[in-house]
Design a protein around this ligand. Sequence first.
Ligand code: C2O
Length: 552
Amino acid sequence: AKARHFKWEISNMFWSPDCEEKVVIGINGQFPGPTIRARAGDTIHVELKNALHTEGVVIHWHGIRQIGTPWMDGTAAISQCAINPEETFTYRFVVDKPGTYFYHGHYGMQRAAGLYGSLIVDVAEGEEEPFKYDGELNLLLSDWYHESIHTQMVALSSKPFRWIGEPQSLLINGRGQFNCSMAAAHTPGATQCAAVNRQCAPVILLVQPNKTYRLRVASTTSLASLNLAVGNHKLTVVEADGNYVDPFAVDDIDLYSGDSYSVLLTADQDPSSNYWVSVGVRGRLPKTAPALAVLNYRPNAASKLPALAPPATPAWNDYGHSKAFTYRIRARAGTPPPPATADRRIELLNTQNQMDGHVKWSINNVSMVLPATPYLGSLKLGLKNTLTAAPPPETFSRGYDVTLPPANPNTTVGGNVYVLAHNATVDVVLQNANALARNVSEVHPWHLHGHDFWVLGYGEGPYRGDASDEARLNLRDPPLRNTAVIFPYGWTAIRFVADNPGVWAFHCHIEPHLHMGMGVVFAEAVDRVGKVPKEAVSCGATASALMNGDHL
Ligand code: C2O
């Protein structure tokens, strides 16, 4: 295993992700940030300088479990203090498991400002992937708003509430086209994009006829759920969130924010043509045009427009199509099975609520607000006032009607900190419900820090925990993942073992939803956390305690 060193400077800069010039948060002058590539077992060192003028910053390594290094998880107010302007903080952590990951800002809505990049971990030296391919292609998907995140954050917390709307563009590796189409020839009424500039030029994926490629695809969207298809080509899914899955072939894949997949594609179509790779919106009435990339069969010119129209995205509300894909994902043989029973079950009802005229997302009627002092410091030191007096509710009323807007839309705010015992097997049931408006229930992809979990099952309507719900749980070959979706009006059950002491966020990966309180915190065996580096938590009440001689 190797140590891999990176020196990053984070700054605002002008950029044209979709051909319109805006301000993005870039790393070392690049957008998206540089790709980190390592082998399983390597240690990553990122010496990160914050060169934003007036905001703090942190970076979260999405999908990396940070076993034994919870202070390197990069979640502001949970695992560390935000890094102030002109300060440098060094992230040091081991990437223990091969897979397709990414990193992103985890402070305010900085991810939506473009603070992200790919993190790819190959198998350790001398080991082999359990499938064969000739080459690799990497696609980091995102969505893009023309309003700044500052305007967006003000809108979301305003009274009356202002919704941010749908993104202006979808981006593939940070490139999209607003207001024009690469495939105008196939799209009635569309204008062909003018010769596009370097920053928004479409991604060209080079392939040799008859070779097989591993497409690594990850979604770090702020809002959009996505569907990806490649004209005339089948995709064989082999990896999800850094875990191998039982391979299966599909025409298209869904990706919710926080998901990553590897799919195998064989370039076995007519080699005289190029093909479109198309990424469209799922789960919300799309107002954003699909993003396109070109699958360029060599030796065709990259500029040769594909003969076929880009593959059409399934209807946005065809949830049958989405569920068929999601339910099909099973663990590859050899994946450790979950413990047969759980020690604790936490049931989390997801609702949209109101508080003093503000719109919030709540979990069991508590909307998450983050404290000034990161939990990892305050809980480790046992500082008073860290946890609100009463622990957050473990369940919700069995009589709650998930098909209607909340009868009592009021909510409270709180820390939503669940204290987990060391090595407990924990089940979490995420229950979706109707939002504030009638006949609206949205998709929410929930992402857990510090762990992979087994996705035991999904169901429609309210979870009752009775025999018919139990029968829907898969204890034989459930996939291991770090992100799981709840479908409208449905529930999703996951299981994990609390074997990684730390303080871990668990939240909806939709950036505005998290910002509006849609998350909880798992404080897991904090007494067993090793020595927390001072520089990670020297702010707020932890800083005062350290000055008074307390030891972390
Ligand atoms: Cu990728 Cu807490 O997020």
